[in-house]
Every structure is written in C-alpha cells, then in structure tokens.
Design a protein around this ligand. Sequence first.
Ligand SMILES: Cc1cc2nc3c(=O)[nH]c(=O)nc-3n(C[C@H](O)[C@H](O)[C@H](O)COP(=O)(O)OP(=O)(O)OC[C@H]3O[C@@H](n4cnc5c(N)ncnc54)[C@H](O)[C@@H]3O)c2cc1C
Length: 426
Amino acid sequence: MDRRRFVKTVGASAGTLALGGTSVLSAAAEDVESLALQPAQPMGSDVTVDVAVIGAGVMGNWTALHLREMGLSVALVDQYGVGNSKSSSPGEIRGMRLTYGEDEHEMLWARDACEQWKLRGAEFGTQMFYQCGGLSFRREWTARNTVERALFDKHQVPYEVIRYDELVRRWPQAPPPSEEHFGFYHPWGGVLSPRDANMAVATSFKKKGGKFLLGKAAPGARAGGSLQTVTLSSGETVSAGAFVFALGAWLPKVFPEVMTGKLSVRKAAYNMIGTPPGDHRFAVPNLPNTGLGLPSINGAGFGLLINPTDEVDPDEYERLPSADETARARRTLATRFPALKDQPILHVWTCQTENSVDGQCIFDLHPEMDNVWLVGGGSWHAFKIGPVIGDYVAHRVIGEEQGIPEANLSGPELAALFKLKAETFA
Ligand SMILES: Cc1cc2nc3c(=O)[nH]c(=O)nc-3n(C[C@H](O)[C@H](O)[C@H](O)COP(=O)(O)OP(=O)(O)OC[C@H]3O[C@@H](n4cnc5c(N)ncnc54)[C@H](O)[C@@H]3O)c2cc1C
C-alpha cells in the first residue's frame, strides 16, 4: 500500500490520531500506569486505530514506537505482556556486534543501532546498551573475514587485529581457543539489557499516547484483499488501517497458510554464571562481547550462550535446561573461561530462536492481504538492530521503501532481501 493510499485508508476507516474515540492527549494521561499493571480483564470497548502492532517483543515494540512518533494512532497488543518470558526477547543479556561477514546492510544497521541505543537510552533515562567492544577469535583470514574487514575499512568503522599474546595480556580471563588464534576487536560492540530495553521502549510508546493491550489476537474480518480487524481473546476487536504482526516464533501458528516451514524454532539459552566475590573481570566494561560469553551487566551474571537444540512450541515447552545442556555449559566454562569453571549457574534464560531459511529478517506483506505485514525471522541476531528495524518497518507500513545508499542498496533491493522466501525448511 503506498503512502497516499495508506493515509486515505486510515483516514476513512480509523480516524487519524483517534484511539477508540479517545483523543491522543487524554489517552496519554490515562495510560501513565505501569505496563506491569495492565488489567487482565476486557477493556470494555472495541478499539480503532491507524495501525495495530501485534507482538511486543523487540521488533513490535520499536515498530509501534516509531509509528506513534510519526503521528499515527497505534495499538500494541501482546498475549503475555511486553518482553515476556515466552518470547524470544526476554532476559538479562544480548550481544551487540558489527561483524556480519559480507552482509553490508546488517553491518550498517548494527552500526546505526549502536548510536540509536545510546541516544534513546539518554532520552528514556535508561541505559540499554553497554559499549564494551566486540571480540571474535579467528585462525585465518577466510574469504568471509576478508570481505568483512574490507567493509570495516570502507565505512571507517574502527577495529584492531590483535595477536595471541596481546590478547592474553589484555583479557587473560577469556583466552583464545588456541595459540594459533588471533583477535578481531571492534570497540562499537558490547552488550544490551533486554529487560530494561523492552520496558523502556514500551513505556515511552505509552507515554507518547500509544495504547497497550493485553490479549491474544487473531486475524478477524476481511474486506476484499484487506484485513479490517483482529479479535482479541477477550472477544473485543481492534480495527485498523494496517496491521503489523511481529510475532516471532508464533508467525507459523497464526499464519500457517503462508508461514509453515518458513521458520526453524529451536530452544536456546543464556546460562547466567556467578562470578567470584569482588571479581569484576567478567563484568562490563572489563571484557568485550566474545559471542560465546557476554560480560555481566549490573551483577546479573556472565552470560554463557547455549546453541539451539530441539524444535519447540513456544507456548508449551518447559524453559529448563537438560542435563546435557548443563554439562555442555560446564565444559565450555572449563575450556574457555577457566576462572569461572566452579562458579554456580545462577539461572538459565531459555528462549527460542526463530531462524528464517536464509538468515535474513522477514519484513513483507501477507501475499493475500495488502495491509498485513509479516515481521519476524530474527534468526538469532535481531535484538541488536531493534531500533533500526522499528524505523524501517514503520516506513514500509506508510508506503516508504527506504534503501541504504552507503551500501548501494535501493529501497526495492533492500526490500527484496527481507521478502518471505519461497524455500522452506521441510
Ligand atoms: C538464546 C538467544 C540468544 C540471542 N542472542 C542474541 C544476541 O546476542 N544479539 C541479538 O541481536 N539477538 C539475539 N537473539 C535473537 C533475538 O533475541 C530475537 O531475534 C528477537 O528477540 C526476536 O524478537 P521478535 O520481536 O521478532 O520476537 P519475540 O520477542 O518472540 O516477540 C513476539 C511477541 O509476539 C507475541 N505474540 C505472538 N502471537 C501473538 C498473538 N496471537 N497475539 C498477541 N501476541 C502474540 C508473543 O507473546 C511475543 O511477545 C538471541 C535469541 C536467543 C533465543
């Protein structure tokens, strides 16, 4: 839908800047209560907005905020709550890195996101990004690593190539896997606090007049090729000119007709490892994000990543580590972070990855509905670029296809990367 048509549609069907008959200003005043206190009972009336964003993970939150900042009336809906523990966006830690091989657009988005996390952190009064650098260990200059380095040079992003003995001197608490390894360090990497970020973004959305609704949403009435409503578990409806379904691992559950086989949904986790008393070597800013192990933020513990294992149903599976996963975490600590090998596991943040067939995010229109956006496929790397995703998707919703001139990518070329691909996992 192009911008003119979108504005015309929402003007006719929803009433620009109206929230269920309530003006934006009075809605803002009403919504000052904490997001955590969102009532579980029905809202008492149906809601009409310009755009309904379903899913309050990192993608939905940022998209809703950007749309609201564009002046549109927006409802953000989640079945379990903002950044909830069943989603892919919860917990205490996520990594920020700019190393994306030959994927120039990802690298540039990560670079821009670094800046956005800092600016928005200052705006919200909440630190969400801790810039302690990113460190990858390498044994050789593969073709991928060589292209990646060339992209850092091209865009003048600072980095250092660090010899083994210098790595051991600077970060003895996280030695390289072998003496043959060297380090690729970039100071713009670091770690993010999802818990703080999810709440801060959604709270800003509400303060700016956005409406947050707790409920499970299902596509409702259609008119021709457009969706008119979503129905909530309470029985109430949300009518809108456009719908953004940022559903993470739930995309195939809500849209089986187009999403079956398009995502691989697997259990993964961060083990939060305790550190010895008074030992701050494993906390920001004293250790970079090493990918496998992330430095502790605010005493939460050192985040040790467990790679994806079983296929799971995000509504059903128990977020408990198996004996094998715990044994794997212990082995990794012993070999890669030996000073932590006998430290307690404080807790395990288990959530699911939702990988797309080509590892690219999916930002595409539903093939049969011209006002329904399918948003997801974070593929294990989308948290860090949340602010940029929100801006990009919000512009797509109003009919603007932004490109990345620095990477010689036009709007249509970039949009093609994010299309729902024909291939499936099956
Ligand atoms: C262990 C692990 C480590 C990771 N590490 C990193 C990292 O270091 N760096 C990084 O950038 N990324 C990382 N990621 C990836 C990143 O966290 C995810 O890609 C991202 O959080 C996905 O966000 P999302 O908004 O698409 O989905 P989600 O966070 O899952 O949000 C979807 C939301 O939709 C809601 N929903 C679904 N269906 C409905 C419905 N019918 N009605 C109402 N609401 C509904 C759900 O309740 C949920 O809240 C990691 C992921 C995992 C699992």
